[in-house]
Unconditional design. Structure first.
Length: 256
């Protein structure tokens, strides 16, 4: 596993901090590498929990996109309200992206650094009316598969009460993830957040740049795009990449 993840970090020009990483490969079963169709209810995304220094790895399945039953519930009145905007974190690398905290009264990793979000104004995630946004902090890593955009893995998080909560209530993958967060990584450390797509799993050695990349290749890209040349693939560079992809008639992924 290290022989696969390390080249991905290098080929994307990420300045790996040495923190533990919560890593996602979208629509990929990380136990066998097969593509999984996202039907809005299943666990299509492969999660890999990487200890600091990429020493040990835990594989599990979960979701990073909104759950269909939740979307159906919010749209049940047949109209789009102001708060009915659903999102998922775009493919990116965010240093210190998570820190230990609470999600609705239960221990979890909470987002502490802004990341590019793909926002949807309807129930269809991944169509042409979706748009990128930057500036919100809110998506966390926790149990339950039913979510409106957080990263979630199989398993119960227990009762919704800090006073009554105990880890014996945890089940399935979230129990394993919780132990990894609070026992394997028992310091008050930060956790990096890293999101890849299926093609990254299939061809990990192909060089790519995306949000979070840094260095000389980013500078060359910024020169081509006519944006500020600082070697940091941030949101302004992302916007220029999206414009380029749209002008060239390609999918607007933000990955180039």
């Amino acid at each position: 596993m290290k022989n696969m993840i390390e080249p991905l970090i290098i080929n994307n020009d990420f300045e790996y901090s040495g923190n533990p990483i919560v890593l996602v490969f979208r629509n990929t079963n990380v136990t066998n590498g097969l593509f999984i169709v996202d039907d809005g209810e299943n666990a299509p995304d492969g999660f890999i929990l990487c200890d600091a220094g990429l020493k040990d790895f835990i594989r599990m399945q979960g979701r990073t996109k909104p759950n269909k039953s939740y979307l159906d519930k919010f749209f049940s009145d047949g109209k789009l309200d102001d708060n009915e905007r659903f999102n998922y974190i775009a493919s990116s690398y965010v240093k210190n992206g998570f820190i230990k905290g609470w999600h609705y009264g239960r221990p979890a990793l909470v987002q502490r650094v802004k990341a590019p979000l793909i926002r949807s104004s309807d129930k269809i995630i991944g169509n042409k009316d979706d748009y990128f946004e930057y500036g919100k902090v809110g998506d966390n890593f926790h149990g339950w598969l039913k979510s409106l955009g957080c990263w979630s893995v199989r398993g119960s998080m227990g009762v919704k009460d800090k006073d009554d909560w105990n880890k014996e209530q945890l089940t399935n993958d979230w129990k394993i993830a919780h132990n990894w967060i609070y026992e394997t990584n028992n310091t008050e450390c930060f956790f990096d957040r890293l999101c890849f797509e299926r093609e990254d799993w299939e061809t990990p050695c192909i060089p790519r740049l995306r949000f979070g990349s840094k260095g000389g290749r980013v500078k060359k890209l910024q020169n081509r795009l006519g944006t500020k040349v600082d070697g940091d693939f941030g949101f302004k560079t992302l916007q220029k990449v999206l414009e380029l992809q749209e002008n060239e008639g390609r999918n607007k992924t933000g990955v180039i």
